[in-house]
Write a protein that binds this ligand. Structure first.
Ligand SMILES: C[S@@+](CC[C@H](N)C(=O)[O-])C[C@H]1O[C@@H](n2cnc3c(N)ncnc32)[C@H](O)[C@@H]1O
Length: 248
């Protein structure tokens, strides 16, 4: 399956996909509460939400008194994050940019990367660039919490074809497993007879060992692992892989 170069530019658009579905927005307060419980930050601490998207977690962090910077490539999602912050009467600093080119230096007490917003690049070195940038953004001893799909679970429960009915459209997924990750084709079929759109993308699969090694390579030492936002232990039966790491 041929994956377009820089595919994220066309997939993360409202015309195709938005991660802040009503179900995902409803889960955000509990997910944010779990994250904050692990980070143990004081009020006013600086938190980077790396790949914040439409800001569903960022606003929850801001509601708890943190100074939140949301960073994302998608201008459309950042505009939605700004609107969400206004509605919730919180303030967010929103910065548009590519996760491989973070320019922050030692300014955050903690950083998070949530809902598999990582592993998008066919060059592994780009994933490492992202993690190194996150590490550089942190103060010494700063914490980094990352939440991705559990690669071992995906391989064991691999579904080459899947579909789901959403409010306005049918969402179809095709997937091919490769040695490093999954090659995906998502198709959106609007119920109102609108244009059918397909987007192809790559997602690198990480298990505990592989993500742990990547974090260490970037100067981040893994401290704790979980298999979900409920705090359940990580096993090959949990579909999430959450790691808390500390900057060396
Ligand atoms: C699956 S969404 C998750 C968004 C958000 N964390 C959430 O939980 O709702 C992945 C996010 O990564 C962003 N993204 C994708 N590629 C990016 C890149 N190269 N640099 C910065 N952000 C990127 C997308 O715009 C999107 O907002």
């Amino acid at each position: 399956m041929k994956i377009p170069h820089e595919w994220h530019r066309s997939l993360f658009r409202n015309s195709f996909y938005n991660p802040a579905s009503p179900a995902a927005v409803a889960k955000a307060p509990a997910e944010a509460a779990f994250v904050l419980k692990q980070l143990k930050l004081k009020k006013g601490s600086a938190l980077l939400d790396l790949c914040c998207g439409p800001g569903r977690h960022a606003v929850e962090f801001a509601k708890k008194g943190l100074a939140v910077t949301g960073y994302d490539f998608s201008g459309e999602y950042l505009a939605e994050a700004a609107a969400r912050a206004k509605k919730k009467k919180v303030s967010l600093r929103l910065v548009r940019g590519d996760m491989r080119r973070l320019k922050f230096r030692g300014e955050f007490d903690a950083a998070v990367n949530l809902f598999t917003s990582f592993g998008y690049f066919q060059k592994f070195s780009d994933d490492i660039k992202t993690l190194k940038g996150a590490a550089r953004s942190l103060k010494p001893g700063g914490l980094f919490l990352i939440d991705v799909v559990n690669g071992g679970f995906v391989r064991k429960n691999f579904r080459p074809r899947d579909w789901v009915e959403l409010e306005d459209y049918y969402h179809l997924e095709e997937a091919k497993a490769g040695p490093d990750g999954v090659y995906n084709a998502w198709t959106r079929i609007p119920k109102n007879g609108g244009k059918i759109l397909t987007r192809r993308f790559f997602s690198r699969l990480y298990d505990k060992e592989r993500l742990g090694a990547a974090l260490r390579k970037a100067g981040l030492s893994p401290l704790k692992y979980w298999g979900g936002f409920s705090g359940r232990p990580l096993t090959d039966k949990t579909n999430r892989l959450i790691i808390l790491a500390r900057k060396n």
